[in-house]
Design a binder for this molecule. Structure first.
Ligand code: C5P
Length: 413
C-alpha cells in the first residue's frame, strides 16, 4: 500500500458525493486514502447514502461535517450548494448508483448531490456501483454514454462478486486505490508526487515488421494505440517510462523514452537493454514468425510462379523476460489478442508465458479493436478474471496503470 506520508495530492480539494449502495462502505476507505495523500475531502451524502454510512462516520473521517440536505438553512448559510460546487478541484461520485447516474445524465437538481453536480464546472469522476442487471440495462448504459459525452470521467465498474446475495457480474465499484489513481490523473499533479513516482516501467507497443526482401515485409494490424496510451498513463503517474515501439503512426507519448524497433529480434534486444524495470507491459503484437532468410534484393516475378519462404519462429519477448531467473521485473504483464474463447486462452497463456497478469481482448473484426479507439478487456491474474467495461483505450490504460501502481505498492513493493 502507498505510504501514508506519500503526499501526492497535497492541498487539492476533493468533493466526494456518496450515493446509496452497499459500496458506500468503500467510500470511507476512499476518504482515508485521499486524506493520506494530503487532499482535503468534503462529503455530500445522498438520502440513500445515509442509509449505508452515517454522516457521523463520514464527518469523522473527513474532519469536517458531511453535507446532506439542500434545504438545510444551516448548510446553506455556512457553505451553500453553489460554493460546494465551486470550491473543489475535483468532484468524485462514489458509489454512483443507477439512480444518481440517471439524475446527473438528465440534469436533475432535486437534492443536494444532484444540484451540486449540476452547478459544478469542475472535473467529475464517477465510480458506478450497482447490481449487474441494473448496470447492463439499456437505460443505465444510455445514461453512462451521456455522462461520457458530457465530459465526465467514468471508472469501472469492475466485475466480481456482489456484496449482496453472492451474485457475480459487472457492477462492483472500482477499488479505492484505482479511484485515487484516476483522481490523481485528473488533478494533473506534479510527477514527483504520483503513484508510480520512482518506478521504472518498460512497455512494448505496436506491430513488428519482418522483412521478406528490402521492400516487402510480414506485419499485422496493430496500431500501437493501446500500448502508447499505457506509456502515456504511466508517465502521467510519475513513472520513468521506456517505450519500445514497433513501426506505428501514432505520436510518441509525452515524457517517455521511445526506442524504435522493427523486427521481433530488434525488439527483444531493445527490451533486454532497457531492463531492469519494476514493471514490464508487453502490449506489442509481435510477429510469431519471420522469413528465415530474407532476400537481400527485391524478389522478381518469374514465370515459374510464386516464391515460397521458409519461416523461422521469433523469440517470445514476454516469455523470455517473465522467465528470467535474475533481474525479472516485479510485475510482468502480457496481452492476449484473441478472436475466440478469449478468457480460456488467456488463462492458458498466463501459465505458458510465466507472466503475472494477462490483459485479454477480443480482436475479432466485429469489435473494431485493432486500430480503433475503444477496447473491452479482461484482466486475468492468478486470483481470477475481471471483465472491465468497454471504454476508451486511454481509460483502459489509466485503469491498468492504477492497478500496476497498487500492485507495486503492495506487500512485495
Ligand atoms: O502468444 P501471443 O502472441 O498471443 O502472446 C501475446 C503476448 O505475448 C503479448 O503480450 C505480446 O506482446 C507477447 N509476445 C512477445 N513476443 C512474441 C509473441 C508475443 O512478447 N514473439
Amino acid at each position: 500500500m502507498p505510504q501514508p506520508n506519500e503526499a501526492i495530492v497535497n492541498g487539492k480539494r476533493i468533493l466526494l458525493v456518496i450515493g446509496g449502495g452497499i459500496a458506500a462502505y468503500k467510500a470511507l476507505d476512499l476518504i482515508r486514502r485521499l486524506r493520506e495523500r494530503g487532499a482535503t475531502v468534503r462529503c455530500i451524502l445522498t438520502k440513500a447514502g445515509h442509509e449505508f454510512v452515517t454522516p457521523l462516520s463520514v464527518g469523522a473521517l473527513c474532519g469536517e461535517r458531511a453535507f446532506t440536505d439542500l434545504f438545510d438553512p444551516q448548510s446553506e448559510f455556512d457553505v451553500g450548494h453553489i460554493r460546494l460546487a465551486r470550491d473543489p478541484d475535483l468532484v468524485i461520485v462514489a458509489p454512483a448508483t443507477a439512480d444518481l447516474i440517471a439524475k446527473i445524465a438528465n440534469g436533475h437538481a432535486d437534492d443536494l448531490a444532484s444540484a451540486v453536480l449540476l452547478a459544478t464546472d469542475k472535473p467529475v469522476l464517477v465510480a458506478p456501483a450497482m447490481n449487474p442487471k441494473m448496470w447492463g440495462n439499456r437505460a443505465t448504459q444510455r445514461n453512462v454514454t451521456q455522462l461520457r459525452a458530457d465530459g465526465l470521467q467514468v471508472i469501472g465498474p469492475n466485475s466480481g462478486e456482489m456484496a449482496e446475495g453472492g451474485e457475480a457480474g459487472v457492477g462492483r465499484m472500482a477499488e479505492p486505490l484505482e479511484i485515487v489513481d484516476a483522481a490523481i490523473s485528473l488533478l494533473g499533479v506534479s510527477s514527483s508526487a504520483r503513484s508510480l513516482a520512482g518506478k521504472r516501467v518498460l512497455i512494448t507497443s505496436g506491430p513488428t515488421h519482418e522483412p521478406i526482401d528490402p521492400v516487402r515485409y510480414i506485419a499485422n494490424r496493430s496500431s500501437g494505440k493501446q500500448g502508447h496510451a499505457i506509456a502515456a498513463a504511466a508517465a502521467e503517474a510519475g513513472a520513468e517510462v521506456v517505450l519500445v515501439s514497433g513501426p506505428v503512426q501514432v505520436p510518441d507519448p509525452k515524457g517517455v523514452t521511445v526506442i524504435r524497433a522493427t523486427t521481433a529480434q530488434d525488439m527483444l534486444e531493445a527490451v533486454t537493454k532497457s531492463l531492469p524495470a519494476d514493471a514490464a507491459i508487453f502490449a506489442a503484437a509481435v510477429a510469431d514468425w519471420r522469413v528465415a532468410t530474407p532476400n537481400t534484393q527485391k524478389i522478381k516475378k518469374t514465370k515459374s510462379g510464386a516464391p515460397s519462404f521458409e519461416l523461422a519462429e521469433n523469440p517470445d519477448i514476454l516469455a523470455t523476460v517473465a522467465k528470467r531467473t535474475s533481474g525479472r521485473p516485479q510485475l510482468v504483464v502480457g496481452f492476449a489478442a484473441e478472436t475466440e474463447n478469449v478468457i480460456e486462452h488467456a488463462k492458458i497463456k498466463l501459465q505458458k508465458k510465466g507472466c503475472d497478469w494477462i490483459v485479454a481482448n477480443d480482436v475479432s473484426p466485429a469489435h473494431g479493436v485493432m486500430g480503433g479507439d475503444r477496447n473491452t478487456v479482461h484482466l486475468v491474474t492468478m486470483q481470477g478474471v475481471e471483465s472491465w467495461p468497454s471504454q476508451s483505450k486511454d481509460d483502459v490504460a489509466r485503469q491498468l496503470v492504477g492497478r500496476i501502481a497498487a500492485s507495486l505498492a503492495g506487500p512485495r513493493g
